[in-house]
Write a protein that binds this ligand. Structure first.
Ligand code: SAH
Ligand code: SF4
Ligand code: F3S
Length: 449
């Protein structure tokens, strides 16, 4: 009998990328093969996102495209995984009969059984959430490369009033520090150079006595040639201890994604964000004192219920005060089942659009100015590949996560670190000349830093 071939497509956040790697491992262990061509597959899986309405619309569109593959000769099973599976459950099958399998984020261990049910002509539905599942013992399937995502915790207990994640991902729970460190050791042996520790709120990570600062420190010690990044930090739980851990470990990147969401205390309260702008700005200032050169990015929601022009102006003020290096900016999207869903979505669509445009324009101007300030400065870049536009250029990122383009050469290559001098900048990209390749001793020296 031919082996079953699985094709998987991933939407949404990096947690979903990490989850798809778990799913691939679980299915490989059951004898499935992987394919990158949907037309070759007899299992097609979409790992989905529910965070905003348009994320779900995209999935419905994609299911429409896949229809023709289902109509083909091999008995194709179509599965929806992830947050949309968890949110819509069996309704997803009622809405779209083409879907055979619906499996939420805490039931991936049982995915093979649900697929069997579908192969036998039934529908496989697994959407129970768990208080304990962390998949700690499953080693995600990863192709060779430089960069890996590692989920260090699952779920979220924050219940921001606009957000579906606590409902689609369940309660907060952490993996063990030792298994995370072992995973990084394996990645080090395979030549990986960057690891991003993931959680909806990494600052509430806990394994016995160890908190997130301990985890970051342990992760950083595995291999100084591996850059450690992390996301996302909630402003309420960002500890001084973590700031010092970032400052003291040279390979922990000086970059913090710290979503502010709004600049208005009244809106923050309605969002249940549990901090004030004063607290937030103090935190930024403290981080800048403890970690020289630290860069920040943020998330902003425009047009939350009752948001006035004045609230919106307060958001623009925060952007001007903090001067983020980058931001992810969204229009508020009401999500059924959340607390905010019961509030009237009373900011008209065109006002939301207008405010979002103002936020994006301002942030772009700031990103441009901040990048211009870097011209003439030196940065250390991890080379990630050739530039998308030309083979004659390499592309990599600074410690602070800025994409940098510089001339390719045989003297250095993918996976090497180089010291560069910035020569030009747009709002999204830096351009540079290489000064020198960083020697292995550089990382040895830093070990004792
Ligand atoms: N745990 C992370 C990521 C959550 S989802 C955090 O707290 O930052 C990523 C971003 O999507 C959020 O920060 C928020 O800005 C945005 N978002 C979440 N729900 C939304 C909604 N209903 N409408 C618009 N944006 C939303
Ligand atoms: Fe959603 Fe808030 Fe949790 Fe982030 S912290 S995942 S925005 S509930
Ligand atoms: Fe989307 Fe779920 Fe991530 S809703 S943003 S895929 S946690």
């Amino acid at each position: 009998m031919n082996k079953n071939k699985v094709y998987i497509e991933t939407y949404g956040c990096q947690m979903n990328v990490a989850d798809s790697e778990l799913v691939m491992r679980i299915l490989l262990d059951k004898g499935y093969e992987l394919t990158k061509k949907p037309e070759e597959a007899n299992v097609i899986l979409l790992n989905t996102c529910s965070v905003r309405e348009n994320a779900e619309q995209r999935i419905y569109g994609r299911l429409g495209n896949i229809k023709k593959l289902k109509a083909g000769e091999n008995n194709v099973v179509i599965g929806v995984l992830g947050c949309m599976a968890e949110r819509l459950r069996e309704n997803l099958i009622e809405k779209n009969r083409m879907v055979d399998v619906v499996v939420g984020p805490d039931e991936y261990r049982n995915l093979p059984q649900y697929l069997d049910e579908a192969f036998n002509g039934g529908k496989g539905i697994g959407v129970r959430l768990s208080r304990t599942e962390t998949y700690d013992d499953i080693i995600p399937y990863r192709e060779d490369g430089l960069s890996a995502w590692i989920s260090v915790m699952r779920g979220c207990d924050k219940f921001c009033t606009y957000c579906v994640v606590p409902y689609t991902r369940g309660r907060e729970r952490s993996r063990t520090l030792s298994s995370i460190v072992n995973e990084i050791k394996t990645l080090s042996q395979r030549g990986f150079r960057e690891v991003t520790l993931l959680g909806q709120n990494v600052n509430s990570y806990r394994d016995g006595e160890n908190d997130f600062a301990d985890l970051i420190t342990a992760a950083a010690q595995v291999d100084r040639k591996i850059r450690i990044r992390f996301t996302t930090s909630h402003p309420q739980d960002l500890s001084d201890k973590l700031l010092y851990a970032i400052a003291e470990n040279p390979n922990v990147c000086n970059y913090i994604h710290l979503p502010v969401q709004s600049g208005s205390d009244r809106i923050l309260q309605l969002m249940n964000r549990t901090y004030t702008i004063e607290h937030y700005l103090n935190l930024i200032q403290k981080a800048r004192e403890i970690i020289p050169g630290v860069s920040f990015s943020t998330d902003i929601i425009a047009g939350f219920p009752t948001e006035t022009d004045e609230d919106h102006k307060a958001t623009l003020e925060v952007l001007k005060t903090v001067r983020y290096d980058g931001a992810f900016m969204f229009k508020y999207s009401p999500r059924e089942g959340t607390k905010a869903y019961k509030m009237k979505d009373d900011v008209p669509e065109e006002v939301k659009g207008q405010r979002l445009r103002e936020i994006i324009d301002l942030q772009q101007k700031i990103s441009y100015e901040k990048n211009q300030e870097l011209i003439g400065k030196e940065e250390i870049i991890l080379i990630e590949g050739t530039s998308r536009k030309s083979d004659e250029y390499f592309s990599g990122r600074t410690d602070t996560n800025k994409v940098t383009i510089f001339p390719a050469s045989e003297k250095y290559g993918v996976g090497d670190y180089v010291r560069v001098k910035i020569t030009g900048a747009t709002s999204a990209t830096l351009f540079a000349d290489v000064l020198e390749k960083i020697s292995p001793e550089f990382f040895e020296v830093h070990k004792t830093a």
